[in-house]
Design a binder for this molecule. Sequence first.
Ligand code: UDP
Ligand code: MN
Length: 366
Amino acid sequence: MLQMRRPLYGNYTALRKQSRNLMKHSMTVQKFIIGCGALLILSTLIIAYQLNSCGPCPDCPAKSVPQGAARPPIYISRAPPVKVPLKDSNERIIRDGVEKELDEANWGPHKMALIVPFRNRFDELLEFVPHMHNFLNAQRVRHQIFVINQVDTYRFNRASLINIGFLESSYDCDYICMHDVDLLPVNPDLNYSYPQSGPFHMAAPELHPRYHYKTFVGGILLLNKEHFRLVNGMSNKYWGWGLEDDEFYVRLKQAHLQVSRPVGIKTNHLDTFKHIHDRVKRPRDGRRYGNQKKASRKRDYITGLNTVQYKLVSSQLMHIDHCPATVINVELECDLNETPWCKEPESPSRRQHPSGQIVAPLGNHR
Ligand code: UDP
Ligand code: MN
């Protein structure tokens, strides 16, 4: 029996050992599976969060609240994204970015095309794009910035560039804001949402740092696309600085479009906008050639949105401090019979000889 029991006992011990090993092993496997599961869930959560977190990044469009409507409440339903190290002035933007993404569905149906007539103002643009993008996000104004860059050799034509901005802006934009690149809103009460009651002149005469006459509509003007189309946009006859905005005022008036302006603004012409304009560094091209002076004082019934001639050279999306802007490079075309003043008259120093050679100015005997 003993002899019989010994091996039996021996087998039993071995069996117990084996089963203990098996259990240990299966527990390790179990632990491993649980670990893998947890890792899988964690990584899914991280990926989902990262995909979702595109919303708060400054690249995503914001949406607008109709003028006068109550601001939608802010619901923060999850942890904010990792804070991107940005300057103090941008700190708020990150928080606004979170609000923006969460509120997007409640930000109303409108989208603004922010049209910037542009040439050779790079320093101003570096400040303008982040400032405006953040300013508009803080107001939950859905927008896209279009920088219409004039790359031909004609004189600058602000109005034609705005017409082009209108034509080239995205179809989902239902209103435009023509905006000088050097004029930055600093009072957060300036409301860029959809202009419900017709053209809205943001840079009002009592708020603009420099222009204070009653019929002034330059600097910053918002209007819906229908109204801009109704007046056939802006005149294309204004080459060089000035008066194109005054002509546009007459267009609005004749179309019985009442211009409204900000109300209840507590700041004044000194502290509502920042005007980054050094008159020495950025001289205004106020020269008038030939018939230009006379023509500029007349309402233009011929040219506008439907006659602007240009070549689209290229279009690129750029980011300044993570803030997006679409740059559209355009070459304007000029009818030299209609508006010969689109060109600088040839300076005597570069007068061309019929042979094609550049001849020296008279008196240069070198
Ligand atoms: N502008 C430009 N390059 C120029 C001239 C004008 O980009 O060479 C644009 C720019 O957006 C500027 C706007 O046209 O803010 C109005 O021109 P400017 O600032 O010279 O006129 P102001 O309103 O100061 O008299
Ligand atoms: Mn200026």
